[in-house]
Design a protein around this ligand. Structure first.
Ligand SMILES: [Zn+2]
Ligand SMILES: [Zn+2]
Length: 141
């Protein structure tokens, strides 16, 4: 099976919304920003960025603009947050990895927005950590 044949299926808690992401993700990372926390109700959120053309949804998502040019989409029935899209990352859909049917298939490669990380989150992995994103400065040491 080639990478192009890979597909990642997922959906919301109640099953009203399903999606499929094909091929490989561009990146997989944990985000510690306050906006992701508030939008997910979790201490941090883990995303996989896929090219928009490789992701298809079934079922109607609800959307919320958490910032100008940003769309956070979720299931209006069960409330599961599903994806993040923004003008800043045009052409990508950022899928919340833990909405995959098998989240273990994707392995995070780093942490972003650790400048906003909660003081009681302690993760022992050796992944690179960025104050914001890799395009806004080198990994923290
Ligand atoms: Zn649902
Ligand atoms: Zn975030």
């Amino acid at each position: 099976m080639t990478s192009e044949d890979q597909a990642y299926a997922g959906g919301c808690r109640c099953g009203a919304i399903r999606y499929q992401a094909r091929g490989r993700p561009i990146w997989v990372a944990h985000c510690h920003c306050a906006d992701c926390r508030k939008s997910t109700g979790a201490a941090f959120a883990t995303y996989a960025g896929f090219p928009t053309a490789q992701v298809s949804f079934t079922g109607k998502r609800q959307g919320f603009a958490s910032s100008p040019g940003v769309a956070r989409t979720f299931c209006g029935t069960c409330g599961t947050p599903l994806a993040y899209e923004s003008e800043r990352w045009a052409g990508e859909v950022h899928i919340l990895v833990c909405t995959l049917d098998d989240p273990a298939r994707l392995t995070p490669k780093g942490h972003v927005y650790v400048a906003e990380q909660l003081p009681w989150v302690h993760l022992a992995d050796k992944l690179p950590r960025f104050a914001k994103t890799p395009t806004e400065g080198p990994a923290l040491s």
